[in-house]
Design a protein around this ligand. Structure first.
Ligand SMILES: NC(=O)c1ccc[n+]([C@@H]2O[C@H](COP(=O)([O-])OP(=O)(O)OC[C@H]3O[C@@H](n4cnc5c(N)ncnc54)[C@H](O)[C@@H]3O)[C@@H](O)[C@H]2O)c1
Length: 331
């Protein structure tokens, strides 16, 4: 089996690539390195370029006619940046992605796994959200992901494209073998900010303490990136039984089913980390929401998937990667 991974030099895509290689599934990586890293594609079949480059995508599929499935991880993903540059986000995450689908379909590649996001859901801190829960994307980033889900769903109903949209909750951790991890130490996610606070010996800022959650801080569902990668193994193996001509589209949550507030994450972090962090309370950040956590029963039913790594594993692997990152990436 062979899989094309667009965005395969980024955080999630490169982890998925490692998981496939471990299973003897062949991979081809396409990435323009806008945020991805050449180091993450080293030793892997790699095409540098844009998903919107029709000639390139066509050439890849001519050179690898045995590609069975395409994974679309390529996207711009920074929520605050998306408020400042909405056009760029819609162009990249919608227009270029549509061009990519066109190129795939023109070359006869009709199996797609799309990386969607839990940020498309309405906040629901009281109950786990399943795939039928109301959508209410707030940021241009989240809206671009929602728009593309709708686009591929509509296209799949017109045939012959079949699509699995995986709605990732909050990926943390790194490849347990430390081949890849988060490429940037400047991430705005809570765990990245905690690691930065630890290494710079500064206070960790809790952004917003007046949400309607059990302790007033935002709630998230932190899922180990390796568990997300594992779901992609089952998805390619079971693809034809999950989506068919009669049922060409499925959206599937990938989360742990457990909500963790920022304060709870600080508490866990301080248990795992060699150096405890201290916190300071600040106002809410633009575009942030109280959050949500997943119901992942559908992933269990369709893929036999359950997360196996814990929140502690995710924090520990993020800390290990943060120590090794500079050595591997050199900056
Ligand atoms: N990391 C998260 O917190 C998170 C959460 C939910 C969903 N997702 C989704 O998962 C996917 C992967 O996210 P990530 O965290 O790995 O981000 P990332 O920035 O690490 O990876 C994205 C990759 O896509 C590449 N890329 C972007 N635009 C491209 C284009 N036009 N042509 C070719 N390559 C392009 C980048 O260079 C990068 O390597 C995204 O679709 C994102 O929306 C991520």
């Amino acid at each position: 089996m062979k899989v094309l991974i667009a965005g395969g030099a980024g955080y999630v895509g490169s982890t998925i690539a490692s998981a496939y290689l471990d299973e003897d599934i062949e991979i081809v990586v396409l990435d323009n390195l806008v945020t991805g890293r050449r180091e993450f594609a080293k030793g892997r079949t790699f095409y540098e370029g844009d998903i919107a480059n029709r000639g390139l995508v066509t050439r890849i599929l001519e050179e690898h006619p045995d590609i069975d499935v395409a994974i679309l991880c390529a996207a711009l993903i920074n929520v605050s940046e998306s408020y400042a540059r909405p056009k760029d986000y819609y162009r990249n995450n919608v227009v270029k992605c549509l061009g990519f689908i066109d190129s795939l379909m023109a070359s006869g590649c009709t199996r797609l796994i799309f990386s969607s996001s839990a940020s498309i859901y309405r906040s629901s801190e009281m109950a786990a959200v399943d795939e039928r829960a109301p959508l209410e994307p707030t940021s241009p980033y989240a809206r671009s992901k929602t728009a593309f889900e709708w686009i591929v769903e509509d296209i799949s109903h017109a045939g012959p494209l079949r699509v699995i949209s995986f709605r990732f909750f909050n990926p943390i951790g790194a490849d347990p073998q430390m081949r890849t991890g988060l490429q940037s130490s400047e991430t705005s996610h809570a765990l990245g900010a905690m690691i930065r606070a630890m290494t710079t010996e500064t206070d960790f800022a809790i952004m917003g303490t007046d949400y309607a959650t059990r302790d007033g801080t935002g709630i998230r569902d932190y899922v180990h990136v390796w568990d997300i990668a594992r779901a992609h193994i089952s998805a390619v193996q079971l693809f034809d039984s999950i989506v068919s001509v009669d049922n060409p589209y499925e959206a599937i949550n990938l989360g742990t089913g457990r909500g963790t507030t920022v304060r709870e994450l600080v508490h866990k972090f301080n248990k795992v980390s060699p150096l405890p962090i201290h916190t300071v309370n600040l106002a809410r950040r633009d575009g942030d929401s109280a959050g949500a956590f997943s119901n992942f029963e559908k992933a269990t039913r369709l893929l036999g998937w359950t997360p196996i790594l814990s929140l502690e594993d995710g924090i520990r692997d993020s800390l290990r990667w943060a120590q090794m990152r500079r050595g591997i990436l050199g900056d």
